[in-house]
Design a protein around this ligand. Structure first.
Ligand SMILES: [Zn+2]
Length: 90
């Protein structure tokens, strides 16, 4: 019942379908971290070049958990580090 295809009216967000661009160097930022929080999933993007200091230009994207269609794929990423409160599988 919670699968997106069962809810055609529910808009979901797939972070892998969007690109994050840096306003400073005009380059695309790379997803470097994925973290789950209680109500949301947190994606961290950084510039991977010598132009920007990631500490200055890092982008944090927060997606409400119930709208996030990217979780499964994000969990397969090598840099996914499970932390925080553990939740039962959906
Ligand atoms: Zn940049």
């Amino acid at each position: 019942m919670t699968e997106p295809e069962d809810r055609p009216d529910l808009h979901v967000i797939d972070v892998f379908m969007m690109s994050v661009k840096c306003g400073q160097c005009d380059g695309y930022q790379t997803l470097v971290r994925f973290r789950k929080e209680a109500e949301k999933n947190v994606y961290t993007y950084e510039c991977e070049n010598d132009v920007c200091d990631p500490n200055v230009t890092r982008t944090i994207v927060e997606v409400p958990k119930h709208l996030d269609n990217s979780t499964r794929r994000a969990e397969e990423l090598p840099y996914y580090a499970p932390e925080g409160p553990r939740e039962p599988p959906e």
